[in-house]
Design a protein around this ligand. Sequence first.
Ligand code: SAM
Ligand code: DTB
Ligand code: SF4
Length: 323
Amino acid sequence: MSVIRTDWRKQEIEQIYYKPILDLIFEGATVHRQYHNPNEIQVCTLLSVKTGGCPEDCAYCPQSVKYQTGLDVHKLMNPQEVIETAKQAKANGSTRFCMGAAWREVRDNKDFDKILEMIQGVNELGLEVCCTLGMITEEQALKMKKAGLHAYNHNLDTSREYYDDIISTRTYEDRLKTLQNVAKANISICCGGIIGMGETHEDRISLLHTLATLPKHPESVPINALVPIEGTPLENQKRVEIWDMLRMIATARILMPLAKVRLSAGRVNMSMEEQALCFLAGANSIFAGDKLLTTPNNTTDFDQFMFKTLGLFAQKPMVKTEI
Ligand code: SAM
Ligand code: DTB
Ligand code: SF4
């Protein structure tokens, strides 16, 4: 059994990442099988509870006010509506429900009270509740934990070195600070990144290095392939090659054996065969449902057919988060 390490050196990660692809997939698969049932997949549903109008300038994002992407802006949904959607997600086999808001940071106002109400209501359904709301303080994290929050998603997105090319309205340190606040409140961390934004392989290795040397590995690591959005600076980026996705997934799996490695955005552009290779290399979580936050995802029909064909099954629902 490989050991869990948080002291990886960049050079060691390079040696893994640059292996011949079939060796790398084999190694990812081997580690995966030591720690997980390779046929069991965590199924998460995303819901955008507040859409668009975000003041940040993340170059990939359809929800930034800085770019004209033609997105329908929507104020914060009401908690009851969100809880109804969560019930539907549960009926469709999801065990985790992730609520996303296009905010730079959480403010202590009525909207935050509504978020706490949503967390409590979704937790009471027996779903793992996750939020992604931008930057948060330790006090806000503690309040969400008390309401029943299981996990908080806050991606580092890319390497520290490339960060300024993608986002100018906040720093890598801001991002790390929120991760610390989440950890202090004993909330599970969901943290990963996006590939296909014009970064180099070294940037990807650097991102993986930061993730794998956090004081504790994230409980889940979403690997997103950029969904190029018309109107954003990254609108003309080329589709991510499957081999690049596989390198990221297998290396993440080898570095962070216990993490859920999530095959996230970009799945809609991948064939079933390509997705099967990702599951072989170590991915064991997906976002299900016809929509991610604002862009299309694989249909439920497609995913059900894929699970049947590949002999996969959805992870059993967790018990309620203790509050
Ligand atoms: N505003 C909050 C934040 O930035 O943390 C939460 C929502 S934000 C949309 C969540 C994550 O979605 C981003 O960190 C990024 O990794 C991912 N994302 C956004 N747009 C994307 C795109 N076009 N392609 C791939 N991933 C994307
Ligand atoms: C993550 O890493 N990917 C998800 C979730 N965390 C919040 C979001 C993907 C968003 C893709 C673009 C959109 O649908 O707006
Ligand atoms: Fe999009 Fe989040 Fe950046 Fe806002 S902070 S532009 S919602 S990724």
